[in-house]
Structure formats: structure tokens, C-alpha cells
Design a protein around this ligand. Structure first.
Ligand code: COA
Length: 147
């Protein structure tokens, strides 16, 4: 697992191809306005993630995908951590994402990566993570409902 590397990429065509494999039933994402990362093993793509920086009070991770044959190695939590690091570097206080309530693997990965579920609407769990450690009282402050 340690041999998998994750790096930021501008090659959105490659990201779009991985997106099609990982999200065959979803409408394609517009990656041109997002930060994208590619995970590779010996130079070959194995997963990806994308995050939208603008348009929200906090950045939103729009996609995290691992190619089917590479699932089961807990790569998603590493992808989530990369997004959190980038959001922190850009000075954001929090990161947001959402996932189907039936997507156990993704929910578990996100919780392992420090995300907290804070709302659930029409089958979609919304989760957020502070970029810096906060005292408990602040962690549960009014921030989340603003999403
Ligand atoms: C979701 C996805 C990224 C997870 O890939 P991954 O990092 O390889 O995930 P893993 O298989 O290592 O599983 C992560 C966790 O979920 C658990 N898990 C996986 N499948 C599970 C299942 N069917 N039931 C219960 N738990 C499950 C694993 O045990 C692990 O938990 P643990 O670390 O506590 O042991 C991958 O399945 C994927 O690309 N799916 C399609 C796209 C998608 O749904 N993306 C997420 C929404 S943005």
C-alpha cells in the first residue's frame, strides 16, 4: 500500500476516465474548475479524488474513487487526507462532502479520516471535517448547518 503515490494533476481527461469507471451511473463532473489528484501504483492509475474550492463556505470534495481491483486497501481515507491537507494549506477551516447512506465503505473511510456526519437528506449523508483541532464546544458550534 505504501507504494501507492498520490499527486495533484492537471490532466483532467485522465481523471474523467477514472470517474467514468468509478461512477458509471452518475452524470460526469466538470473537473476543469476543481483541484484533482491521481493515485498511482508503479505509474498506473489506481484512484483519484477531486475537490471544489469555491462556491461553498468550505471546500467540497466532489469525488473519491478507487478502481475496483484496487479496493480493500483503505486508499480512500488517504485520498480524503490529501484533500484536507490542501484545504488547510489554502486557509480553510473545514472541508465538506456527501455520500449515499448506503455507501458503507465510503462512510467508514470518511469517518476514519476524521469527518463527522452532520445531516442526512434524501438518502445522502453530509459530512464535514475541521482542518484544525478545535475544542469540543467549538467543534459542535453552529458552523455545520450553514452548509
Ligand atoms: C468507496 C471507495 C472509494 C472505497 O474504496 P477503498 O478505500 O478501497 O475502501 P475499502 O474497501 O478499503 O473500505 C474502507 C472501509 O469500509 C469497509 N467496507 C468496505 N466494504 C464494506 C462493506 N460492503 N460493508 C461494510 N464495510 C465495508 C472496510 O472494511 C473499511 O473499513 P475499516 O477500515 O474500518 O476496516 C470505493 O469502493 C469506490 O471507488 N467506490 C465507487 C465510487 C464511490 O462510491 N466513491 C465514494 C463516494 S464519493
Amino acid at each position: 500500500m505504501t507504494k501507492i503515490t498520490i499527486r495533484q494533476t492537471e490532466h483532467i481527461d485522465e481523471i474523467a476516465l477514472l470517474d467514468k469507471v468509478c461512477f458509471p451511473d452518475d452524470l460526469p463532473e466538470d473537473f476543469s474548475t476543481q483541484m484533482c489528484w491521481l493515485a498511482t501504483y508503479q505509474g498506473e492509475p489506481v484512484g483519484f479524488t477531486a475537490m471544489r474550492l469555491e462556491g461553498h463556505p468550505a471546500p467540497s470534495i466532489t469525488r473519491m474513487g478507487v478502481l475496483p481491483e484496487w479496493r480493500g486497501f483503505r486508499l480512500q481515507r488517504r485520498l480524503a487526507a490529501v484533500c484536507v491537507k490542501a484545504a488547510t494549506a489554502h486557509g480553510f477551516e473545514a472541508v465538506y462532502t456527501y455520500v449515499s447512506v448506503y455507501n458503507t465503505a465510503s462512510l467508514r473511510s470518511l469517518i476514519h479520516a476524521g469527518f463527522m456526519p452532520y445531516a442526512c437528506e434524501q438518502g445522502w449523508m453530509q459530512l464535514g471535517r475541521w482542518t484544525k483541532h478545535k475544542p469540543i464546544a467549538e467543534r459542535h458550534a453552529k458552523f455545520w448547518p450553514q452548509f
